[in-house]
Write a protein that binds this ligand. Structure first.
Ligand code: NAP
Length: 252
């Protein structure tokens, strides 16, 4: 079956899991809007996609800012056509133990993960419903199950699971599926920053985490991109409202 070419939006796609996902969706034949805080930062991913023969364009927007999201959705539609694939991947961490966590650190994490996914999905669902086809993939985390020092992040990532299931119920009748990926430990700038914050050498930190994982390795951004590709596939239309832990084990 030759897959139909669609327009996909991947948020936080300048690097890490978002960049790998953008590259994979382009390799799957889709036009990809590479969205990140700064359009400039998204250009390297676009160049990598174009270098591999794919189609992509860079867009800058803070996903937690309604006006910026509306402008970006308009620009994507004009440049690449109405989007019908959305990967809500943009994320930040502001870790601290509860008694030291500031209001700002709570609000920032809720803003990017929860409000960001809400604004992006609300902005793009219209073109999905009009097309009678759509795919939403949200990035949760094993931290949704609870993680020391991450009261804000764990709450947001658990919230994304409820958001996903509600989208699945509301949008299913329009041919739109919504699913969630909860990654475990993935080697990226985000986990490198965690090692730095804990004052640990990156390679030692990575090896220690890998030893706790049943498959005995750290995850890669491509591991997550592969699961996104599965959810987006035309043949996955009966998979809706699910959370898949991609963690080398049940929850590590
Ligand atoms: P990353 O390397 O830190 O990349 C995140 C990207 O999102 C960055 O390019 C960042 O831009 C962008 N971003 C941040 N705030 C944004 C905003 N308001 N609007 C638009 N873009 C924004 O992270 P990653 O490790 O690839 O993680 C990707 C997703 O997977 C996140 O949702 C994360 O929570 C989740 N996840 C990661 C892991 C892991 O082990 N790495 C595990 C579980 C879940 P700037 O560089 O400009 O800040």
């Amino acid at each position: 079956m030759t897959p139909q070419q669609r327009t996909a939006v991947v948020t936080g796609a300048a690097r890490g899991i978002g960049a790998a996902t953008a590259l994979r969706l382009a390799a799957d034949g889709h036009r990809v809007a590479v969205l990140d805080l700064e359009e400039r930062a998204a250009k390297a991913t676009v160049e990598a996609i174009e270098g591999a023969g794919g189609t992509a364009a860079a867009f800058g927007a803070d996903v937690s800012d309604r006006a910026a999201v509306e402008a970006a959705v308009g620009a994507v539609t004009e440049r690449l056509g109405p989007p019908t694939i959305l990967v809500n991947n943009a994320g930040i961490t502001k870790d601290n133990l509860l008694f030291k966590m500031s209001d700002d650190d709570w609000d920032a994490v809720m803003g990017v993960h929860l409000k960001g996914a809400f604004l992006m999905t609300r902005g793009i669902q219209k073109s999905m419903v009009e097309a009678g086809w759509g795919r939403v993939v949200n990035l949760s985390s094993v931290s949704a199950l609870g993680n020391r020092g991450q009261a804000n992040y764990a709450t947001a990532k658990a919230g994304l699971q409820g958001f996903t299931k509600t989208l699945a119920i509301e949008l299913g009748k329009f041919g739109v599926t919504a699913n969630c990926i909860a990654p475990g430990f993935i080697a990226s700038e985000m986990t490198k920053a965690t090692a730095e914050r804990l004052g640990q050498d990156w390679e030692a930190f990575r090896a220690a985490r890998a030893s706790e994982i049943p498959v005995q390795r750290a995850g890669t951004p491509e591991d997550i991109a592969h699961t996104v590709s599965f959810f987006v596939d035309e043949r996955s239309s009966f998979v809706n409202g699910q959370v898949v832990y991609v963690a080398g084990g049940p929850r590590t």
